[in-house]
Design a protein around this ligand. Structure first.
Ligand SMILES: [Zn+2]
Ligand SMILES: [Zn+2]
Length: 256
């Protein structure tokens, strides 16, 4: 099987390893192409994204690797961009001005309607529970619906080339602690979201990052969602959301 990976973090954001180490791993495994996708700088303080200074270093290093390995590996400069309602998204002019080859669009934050605080939903279980209690009055359906509404908004208004970990809202739902993926309301939300993704023309990633970090027991999105996505003809790519060069093709056979 010929693999590629367009979702890689590094020492400049919340990952480990040098960009060069990723290139070597990719060459060892016979990849024809590799994309880097560090977390884009955010318009508020956050310790797991690139700083503006970090972005300059990142773009320069990826540019140098592109040149050095031009005959052996296609290397792409990307960013994993948060969709933040009214603030930023993959198609925001400030992102488009960065000279990228592509973007991955992801939703990692749900804003508190009252305070405007940015709650991380794929961070700690405690943070997820706090968001649920303080911003959604304990109503898990309201919280999950808001998550998928944001993904649909991103697909329609600020579409990326690749939609990141479509159902990452399940990360802090181990053993279906808060909701069941077989419930009709959940299936309907996901179905509407897949329609928005199909209309956007974006590629849906099969992301093995949850498996790599033992946070989930299946890929993002869940296999039943991939069946529906295939029926809609949505193009798909497999990525590992690698935070370490050794994870570059982690669980790809299983994902396939
Ligand atoms: Zn992400
Ligand atoms: Zn990522």
């Amino acid at each position: 099987m010929v693999w590629t990976n367009y979702h890689c973090h590094c020492y400049l954001d919340d990952g480990d390893g040098k960009l060069q180490d990723y290139v070597e791993q990719a060459l060892d495994r016979g990849f024809p192409a590799l994309g880097f996708s560090c977390h884009a700088p955010l318009p508020f303080p956050c310790d797991w994204v690139l700083s503006e200074e970090g972005f300059s270093v990142y773009a320069k290093e990826v540019g140098a690797l592109k040149e050095r390995y031009a005959s052996r590996l296609q290397i792409y400069l990307g960013l994993e961009v948060d969709y933040l309602r009214g603030l930023s998204g993959p198609a925001h002019p400030a992102i488009r001005a960065r000279g990228l080859d592509y973007t991955i669009g992801s939703v990692h934050f749900l804003d508190d309607p009252a305070s405007g605080a940015h709650n991380e939903i794929d961070g700690s279980p405690e943070g997820y529970a706090r968001c649920l209690a303080s911003s959604f009055g304990g109503d898990i359906r309201a919280m999950v619906r808001e998550y998928y509404r944001l993904v649909r908004e991103m697909a329609a208004q600020s579409p990326p080339e690749i939609i990141g970990h479509l159902d990452v809202i399940k990360k802090n739902n181990p053993g279906e602690r808060y909701f069941s993926e077989s419930e009709a309301w959940y299936r309907e939300e996901v179905g509407r979201t897949l329609e928005a993704v199909a209309a956007s023309g974006a590629i849906l990633e099969v992301n093995t990052g949850g498996l790599a970090r033992r946070k989930t027991d299946s890929v993002y999105p869940s296999p039943w969602i991939l069946t529906e996505s295939a029926a809609l003809g949505i193009p798909t790519t497999i990525s590992s959301d690698a935070h370490d060069p050794k994870q570059i093709a982690f669980h790809f056979d299983e994902a396939l």
